[in-house]
Design a protein around this ligand. Structure first.
Ligand SMILES: O=C(CO)COP(=O)(O)O
Length: 250
């Protein structure tokens, strides 16, 4: 059975006070009633204090990015070892904002994947097409290419540490969600691509999350689809009530 996951990507939101406040509100929620593993991905500066505050909680911590190098002259960057040392368990790699705004190529993302696995992180690897690519019916080709170039150098045995997050760019922060049927269609396709590359077993064991304007009022319907194993939540993860309602959708 695949792990069901609800992860909150806080993006560049919450100073330390706000982050601790949000965390306290989340800790008051009883996530034990949900079947989902709960992960939060705060900005770098909040990782350590949040880790210190989560010692008695089942909530797991992710970073939103990672640098592919070990150490050295990379001003402004954060290494795998630094993230390990503050209690980070997951890393998000390949978010569409990193690809689009910071020009992270499939090549760089592949290196980040390798570095993360070397340091025993679990990975949430993001893929997804832009609106014009969806309109041109290219979305299947795009996600396949993103997987082939960024992820498929990973061995079958290391795939147990990889979660895929399908996030159509046109649905991120727009209020527009892929319909549950659209999500199921492409998740099923992603699983087929995984089966072709690795094996049916690997495909069946890899969690595939949906991201893009998931809210309390649409989560249940999307998560009910056979190949949707959870969500990567942006905006709604900044509100403890909304986020916990989404977690409780499982
Ligand atoms: O980008 C996302 C999560 O990584 C989705 O963001 P929204 O939920 O705000 O659309």
């Amino acid at each position: 059975m695949r792990t069901q996951i609800v992860a909150g990507n806080w993006k560049m939101n919450c100073n330390l006070d706000e982050a601790l406040h949000l965390l306290n509100d989340l800790k008051l929620k009883d996530f034990s009633k949900s079947n989902a593993e709960v992960i939060i991905a705060p900005p770098y500066t909040n990782l350590y204090p949040i880790h210190q505050n989560l010692k008695d909680s089942s909530i797991k911590i992710s970073s939103q990015n990672i640098n592919e190098n070990e150490e050295g002259a990379f001003t402004g960057e954060i290494s795998p070892d630094m993230l390990k040392s503050v209690g980070v368990e997951y890393v998000i790699i390949g978010h569409s904002e990193r690809r689009a705004i910071y020009n992270e190529t499939n090549d760089v993302l592949a290196k980040k994947v390798t570095a993360s696995l070397k340091h025993d992180f679990k990975i949430m690897f993001c893929i997804g097409e832009k609106l014009e690519q969806r309109k041109a019916d290219k979305h299947f080709d795009i996600v396949k290419e993103q997987l082939e170039k960024g992820l498929f150098h990973v061995s079958a045995s290391d795939m147990k540490n990889v979660v895929i997050a399908y996030e159509p760019v046109w649905a991120i922060g727009t209020g527009e969600t892929a319909s549950p049927e659209q999500a199921q269609e492409i998740h099923e396709y992603i699983r087929k691509v995984l089966a072709e590359k690795y094996s049916q077993d690997v495909a069946d064991q890899t969690s595939i999350l949906y991201g893009g304007s998931v809210k309390p009022n649409n989560a249940k319907e999307i998560f009910a689809k056979k190949d949707v194993d959870g969500g990567l939540i942006g905006g709604a993860s900044l509100d403890a009530k909304s986020f916990s309602e989404i977690v409780m959708s499982f």
